[in-house]
Design a protein around this ligand. Sequence first.
Ligand code: CTP
Length: 414
Amino acid sequence: MGPLAGRRVVLGVTGGIAAYKAVEVCRRLVDAGAHVAPVLTGGAMRFIGRATFDALASEPVQTSLWDEPHPIPHTRLGQGADLVIVCPATARLLADYRMGRSGDLLTATLLATRAPVIVCPAMHTEMWEQPAVQDNVEVLAGRGVSIVGPVDGRLAGGDLGAGRMADPSDVVAAAERILGVARGTDGGDLAGLTVLVTAGGTREPICPVRFIGNRSSGKQGHALALEAAERGAMVHCVTTRPERLAEAPGLEVVAVDTAAEMADAVGARAAGADVVIMAAAVADFRPATVATDKIKKGAGPPEILLEPTVDILAGLGRSRVDGQVIVGFAAETSDLRQNAAAKLVAKGIDLMVANDVSEPGVGFDHDTNAVVILDADGGAREVPLTDKREVAAAVLDAALAVHRTNRSTNGDDT
Ligand code: CTP
């Protein structure tokens, strides 16, 4: 399986003659197993219609910040992407991107992503050689953007010179190289899979200085994220403790604080994930109102009215995409298996990792854990007290087994 398999690529197309070559790039990306979301600018739509991309890509063409059912398409696209490719990139796109302008869906998506970006400039030689254009390219390259092409060759109108868009095969080769490096491994049993993990305890503000929290350290969720990245997955870790999570190739760290922020961050990424693991300790209730000023002692003990938060895991269970594996954690202090099994059924998920946090060395803030991994068929696998990384490995083994079963049941095993 190549480095593009299962990866989400936003394919931006701007208004240049070379827009027709983006069709070939799209086809090659899809052939290599990527999930391609095409974003065309108004200019691109003049050069090439949406029908071709609609037929070849993995999702319908999007062109505007305003015409999608999703209210914020640029964040959905940008946050969910493993890679953004702009081909061809006009001089205007380069200038807008360099300046941080977000006037259309494509430039807004470029601002809303932390994924690697490839731009493939294409324009007439005179334009390409303009100091302003060269300057923009240099600045973008200095920020880590990969510039592929242009090459010398025949240009629109029959001119010869520098400015021709790179060959589609070279664009796809660059994408493979970048995602291969991002993954940081030549394979691993999770290669080609996208894993979304949550970690840490949410903090629900009472006033600007106080919050309702819990004792979760994020260690188990972080161990899962690092283990999954090391085994070749593309990993998004949504965590309340980002300062405690080491950087790793293929790992995107998303910092959140509250249950609502976690729900948003998970919601933006869940559709693109093969495996979702909710290891976070999410608050079930939050203050119904948050005081704008610090609550002072002199006023006496405050009465804090609580309201329920959204149950993220149950929402995932209701809206799962085909073949997706959903894993929850159940922190219990009694009747471990019964409580965890009931939650597995109630939330409609595949696996529940149950731990009895009243046991010594188990759960919150320890470096060790002991769990039972329950599956939807009533199976149970015990993992006795061990390092959280070992527990992470066992949970990922179980998730991968479910993923493989789903794939063969759907008949898409190759
Ligand atoms: N969870 C969630 N959203 C919430 C609360 C919990 O997604 N608002 C997830 C947790 O991340 C965990 C699972 O649900 O994976 C079980 O969490 P837990 O606190 O053990 O169960 P609850 O459903 O909150 O039930 P209770 O607190 O009554 O035990």
